[in-house]
Design a protein around this ligand. Structure first.
Ligand code: NZQ
Ligand code: ZN
Length: 385
C-alpha cells in the first residue's frame, strides 16, 4: 500500500426527512446564500423544506446553475455576495450545483485578477467561504469531497481544494424519487466509474481499498437496474444504497493509498466540453475502451475484477478478462447509457479535435503510469468508435 494521509471532515446526515438539520449546522448569525439549479427543487418540495429550515436565518438565493456549471453563470453570484455580505453558501442540488457553489466559494475570496485562474492555471485556493450541501442527485461525490468542475466556452476544467469541501451534507434518498431515468442512470454510472478509476490500476496489496471498491461495484450493479424498473423504482432502500455508494465512491476513502487512473474522466470531459454530452454518458463510452487498450498494464486487476466482481471462474485469464469487459458493457446497456461514440453520432474525423483539446488542457500523460499519451488517447477514442 502507498503512504497516505486521510481526513474527511464533511458531516453527513443520511436518511429520510433530515433536511431540517441544516438549521443547526449553519451558524445562527451567518448570512446565507442558497444556491440551486434550474428549479427541480421547487417542483419536488426540497426548496420548501430548505426554506422552512432556514426560517431563523438571514438568507438570500441565487439560482440558474446549469448542468456542467458555467463560469459566466457562477460569476454572476459574486454581485449578491458582495452586496449582502454573504458569509455562508448552501448548495441544494446535484453535482453541478455543489461544484458551482465550490467555485463561487473560492471566487468570492480570490485575490488575483481572474478567478478563472483557479481552473486554467491551477492557482491554489487560499481562502474560501464555508459551504454546506443538500444533495438531490447521487452521482459525483461532490457533497463530501473538495473537487469541482467548471466549464467556460467548451473548456471543462477541474480544480480541487480542501477549503471547498462541504462542512456538512444532507443525503435524503427520498428526494431522489423525482429524478428522471436518465439522471438515475447517469448517477449510477458516474459512481461506478469513480470506483473503477481508483481500482483498475495495478495491485499495491491494498486489500481494504480493493474490497471496499468491489463491494461498491457489486452494490451498484445489483441496485442500479432496480432503480429503473417499474416494480422497484420507488423503493427507498434501493435509493439509499445507491446514494451512499455514490458518496463513498468519491469521498477520498477508496483512493487513499492506491494508484489511480482518471483518464476516462479526462477524456470524457472533452466530450462534454466539445459536444455537450452528459458527464456519465461520456464515461460509459470511454471506460470499456480504456479497459481494452490498457489491458496489458491492467492485467492483474482486470483478472481480480473478473473473479471478485463478476464471479468468473474460467481458467484462461484472457477469457476471464474478455467476459468481464463484456459484462461491464452489458451492465451499462442495462442502465441505458451508450457504450460507443457512434451511439452519440461522433465519428472518426472528430477525434483530431478531441486530441487537440486534450493537448491544450495538458492532458498528455494520463493514467496510473502517466503513459496515456495523446497517441494512446487517440487509440482509446478509436477503439470507442
Ligand atoms: O438544475 P435542476 O433543475 O436542479 O435539475 C437537475 C439537472 O437538470 C436535475 N436534478 C437534480 N436533482 C434532481 C433533479 N431532477 C429531479 N429531481 C432531483 N432530485 O438533474 C440534472 C443534472 O444535474 P447535475 O447536477 O448536472 O448532475 P450530476 O450530479 O451528475 O453532476 C454532474 C456534474 O458534476 C461534475 C460533472 O463533470 C458535471 O459537471 N463532476 C463532479 C465531480 C466532483 N465534484 O467530484 C466528480 C465527477 O466526476 C464529475 O466530474
Ligand atoms: Zn464523474
Amino acid at each position: 500500500m502507498l503512504n497516505f494521509s486521510f481526513q474527511n471532515p464533511t458531516k453527513i446526515h443520511f436518511g429520510e426527512d433530515q433536511i431540517h438539520l441544516i438549521a443547526k449546522e449553519i451558524p445562527a448569525d451567518a448570512k446565507v446564500l442558497l444556491v440551486y439549479g434550474g428549479g427541480s427543487i421547487k417542483s419536488n418540495g426540497v426548496y420548501d423544506q430548505v426554506v422552512a429550515a432556514l426560517a431563523d436565518h438571514t438568507w438570500f438565493e441565487f439560482s440558474g446553475i446549469e448542468p456542467n456549471p458555467k463560469y459566466q453563470t457562477l460569476m454572476k453570484s459574486l454581485e449578491i455576495i458582495e452586496k449582502e455580505d454573504i458569509d455562508y453558501l448552501l448548495a441544494v442540488g446535484g453535482g453541478s450545483v455543489v461544484d458551482g457553489a465550490k467555485f463561487i466559494a473560492a471566487a468570492a475570496l480570490f485575490e488575483g485578477d481572474d478567478p478563472w485562474d483557479i481552473l486554467a492555471k491551477q492557482t491554489p485556493v487560499e481562502k474560501a467561504l464555508p459551504l454546506g450541501a443538500v444533495l438531490t442527485l447521487p452521482a459525483t461525490g461532490s457533497e463530501s469531497n473538495g473537487n469541482s468542475v467548471v466549464t467556460r466556452d467548451g473548456d471543462k476544467l477541474p480544480f480541487a481544494s480542501p477549503l471547498v469541501r462541504p462542512q456538512f451534507a444532507v443525503l435524503d434518498p427520498k428526494v431522489t424519487l423525482s429524478l428522471s431515468d436518465r439522471q438515475i442512470s447517469n448517477g449510477v454510472i458516474d459512481a461506478f466509474i469513480h470506483v473503477m478509476e481508483q481500482y483498475l490500476t495495478y495491485s499495491v496489496n491494498g486489500k481494504v481499498q480493493d474490497r471496499f471498491a468491489e463491494g461498491l461495484l457489486q452494490t451498484l450493479i445489483e441496485e442500479g437496474p432496480k432503480a429503473l424498473q417499474a416494480e422497484t423504482k420507488d423503493d427507498l432502500e434501493i435509493r439509499a444504497n445507491i446514494m451512499w455508494s455514490a458518496t463513498m465512491a468519491l469521498n477520498g476513502l477508496l483512493g487513499a493509498g492506491v494508484p489511480q487512473d482518471w483518464s476516462t474522466h479526462m477524456i470524457g470531459h472533452e466530450l462534454t466540453g466539445g459536444f455537450g454530452i452528459d458527464h456519465a454518458r461520456t464515461l460509459s463510452i470511454v471506460l470499456p475502451a480504456v479497459m481494452k487498450i490498457k489491458r496489458k498494464e491492467k492485467h492483474g486487476k482486470l483478472v481480480q475484477y473478473a473473479e471478485r466482481v463478476w464471479h468468473l471462474t474460467d481458467t484462461d485469464e484472457e477469457v476471464k478478462i474478455d467476459k468481464a469487459i463484456e459484462l461491464t458493457e452489458d451492465f451499462f446497456k442495462r442502465m441505458d447509457v451508450p457504450v460507443r461514440l457512434s451511439e452519440i453520432d461522433i465519428t472518426k474525423d472528430q477525434i483530431d479535435g478531441l486530441i487537440e483539446r486534450l493537448e491544450q488542457h495538458g492532458m498528455t500523460e494520463l493514467g496510473e503510469h502517466s503513459d496515456i499519451t495523446l497517441d494512446v488517447s487517440r487509440k482509446i477514442l478509436e477503439e470507442a468508435l
